[in-house]
Ligand binder design. Sequence first.
Ligand SMILES: Cc1cc2nc3c(=O)[nH]c(=O)nc-3n(C[C@H](O)[C@H](O)[C@H](O)COP(=O)(O)OP(=O)(O)OC[C@H]3O[C@@H](n4cnc5c(N)ncnc54)[C@H](O)[C@@H]3O)c2cc1C
Length: 332
Amino acid sequence: MAIIGAGPVGLFAVFECGMLGLRCHVLDALDRAGGQCAALYPEKPIYDIPGYPEIGAAELIDRLEEQAAPFAPAFHLGHAVERLAPLPTGGFRIETAATAVEAGAVIVAAGVGAFGPNRPPLAGIEAFEGKSVFYLVTKREDFRGKRVVIAGGGDSAVDWALSLAEVAQIMLVHRRPKFRAAPGSAARLAQLAEAGRIEMVIPYQLHGLEGAGGALSAVVVADLDGRTRRLEADILLPFFGLSQNLGPIAHWGLALERHLVAVEPATCMSSARGIFAIGDVATYPGKLKLILSGFAEAALAAHAIHPLLHPGEALHFEYSTTKGVPGRGAPA
Ligand SMILES: Cc1cc2nc3c(=O)[nH]c(=O)nc-3n(C[C@H](O)[C@H](O)[C@H](O)COP(=O)(O)OP(=O)(O)OC[C@H]3O[C@@H](n4cnc5c(N)ncnc54)[C@H](O)[C@@H]3O)c2cc1C
């Protein structure tokens, strides 16, 4: 098996495939496993993973890696898959710029694709990126005592304004008074603004950056009439969502719907026999982009792949309690 994407869903697919005796290569463009959970919100708690009333995103990834470990997956991290082509002998060849693997079947678990933040169009922003302009927060403590401008009106902007207000001075820039955030968070934001703990800079948009050597001294904002205001600041966190770019996956000849891979919901098979898609990258009627849906899709795909790779071999459905997990001891 080749699994493209080592996000939470790709990692769980290693377990599901492993339980059916399928060995996996796992390829990811990023240099660590965990997908969005590890790259975008490692410190956030997740509340809708069955069996965990609350679990940190980074901890969930640690647990999934632990669960996959008995099946000894071959990880190829830091390698974006560029080409996927059928082999004349059956199976597929999966190529990155530096490596290639061959596999009997492929699971595409590539999330939103080669994801990246939407950058605000500010002159010279590249010089500040990674030094005083960040598109994600990996460690809240890095911002303690700093003057932080947060820009955006969605969940990320609001959640980080609420969280960072506990350790930093926050100015929240948004072009209109209404936020596209969970009602509870929006209400809490209004309370903190009222109490003077968060400065609301509304209706403004980012206009320019001031500073030298990658260190920011001020963020310039402009209102809808073009009147500017200078916010003295050490850090800018623009949260304008993720650019959804399927990248090379869009050119593999798979049927797509709204930039996602269309699959048959009972098996998660794409329009190409032997290529499956699960998690955020897959779509079908009623699809919910949740980690738990991706987990169930991993189980469906593994059970549909087994007969393709082992035709004529009966696959008896078994619970993990009956079967046990190799390397973890036999079931009691
Ligand atoms: C701030 C935030 C909070 C969230 N909170 C929740 C929540 O509370 N509950 C919930 O269920 N969901 C939540 N989500 C959504 C959840 O994170 C996603 O549904 C989940 O990450 C999807 O997992 P995945 O494995 O399908 O994809 P991803 O996590 O996106 O991982 C896909 C991986 O594929 C890799 N990849 C892509 N293209 C290629 C390629 N060509 N070659 C190699 N590798 C490639 C990427 O680098 C990435 O590592 C949240 C998302 C965000 C951003």
